[in-house]
Design a binder for this molecule. Structure first.
Ligand code: ADP
Ligand code: MG
Ligand code: MG
Length: 250
């Protein structure tokens, strides 16, 4: 589903990713853990196609397509979901309108016709109800004035509506309280399916108590240093990243 080979990327002329090899299969949840500054967010931004992140070597293919040649919107329409792509606030655009446009763009790529307003409303209401979201939250402007937890809930709603083929979540090191962790986990776990891949990027082992990954990778010094099963996350929690030449309290 996602195949990354020898990926190198620079930010401001500085090489941050130094040869990433990573394959995420359909049906699997992969976690990437790593110390602060190891390049986790850089990897997710490169996959999102964010400006300022320059790929200097290597390839990334998504469902057989050259991901790096695609515009960010094309990536989304092809079924790639990047969690941080949506926490942006969009004043004046309701969640309902925003998600309807996003879903119809995905449907178009799949050769399906657009949902009309009534069909979409029915869908978004059902998904919001599953996530204990109020009608008010789906009508409000996208993320405007949302609390951290509400943004996470909204992210889960976006995933539930868009039903991506591959979801990439970069759970940044700050501001994820226990409620937010649970919301992220709930959103991911609901979407686990044999035809969907997930890449959960996190500094915290704690998140992986709620989302039990199939595969865990350690990213340090711009490369995947180690790959293992879910027990690798526990091992890192106990031993920290010293083994990888990084001095950081776990
Ligand atoms: P992580 O998410 O693992 O904490 P990041 O990908 O955010 O790591 O950062 C990796 C390295 O890239 C760090 O050394 C950081 O200082 C550097 N970096 C990230 N973004 C920028 C930027 N916009 N300009 C310069 N350096 C950056
Ligand atoms: Mg960081
Ligand atoms: Mg980060």
């Amino acid at each position: 589903m996602l195949e990354i080979k020898n990926l190198h990327a620079t930010v401001d002329g500085k090489e941050i990713l130094k040869g990433i090899d990573l394959t995420v299969e359909a049906g699997k949840v992969h976690a990437i853990m790593g110390p602060n500054g190891s390049g986790k967010s850089t990897l997710s931004y490169v996959l999102a196609g964010r400006e300022g992140y320059e790929v200097t070597e290597g390839t990334a293919t998504f469902a057989g397509q050259d991901l790096l040649a695609m515009e960010p919107e094309e990536r989304a329409a092809a079924g790639l979901f990047l969690a941080f792509q949506y926490p942006v606030e969009i004043p004046g655009v309701s969640n309902t309108t925003f998600l309807k446009e996003a879903l119809n763009a995905v449907r178009k790529t799949r050769g399906e016709g657009p949902l009309d307003a009534m069909q979409f409303l029915k869908l978004i209401r059902a998904r919001a109800k599953d996530l204990n979201m109020t009608e008010d939250m789906i009508k409000r402007a996208v993320n405007v004035g949302f609390s951290g937890g509400e943004k996470k809930r909204n992210e889960a709603l976006q995933m539930a509506v868009l039903q991506p083929r591959l979801a990439i979540l970069d759970e940044t090191d700050s501001g994820l309280d226990i409620d937010a962790l649970r919301i992220v986990a709930e959103g991911v776990n609901k979407l686990r399916s044999p035809d969907r891949g997930m890449l959960v990027i996190t500094h915290y082992q704690r998140l992986l108590d709620y989302i039990v990954p199939d595969v865990v990778h350690v990213l340090a010094h711009g490369r995947i240093q180690k790959t293992g099963g879910k027990e690798l996350a526990q091992e890192l929690e106990a031993k920290g990243y010293a083994e990888f030449g990084v001095n950081e309290a776990a």
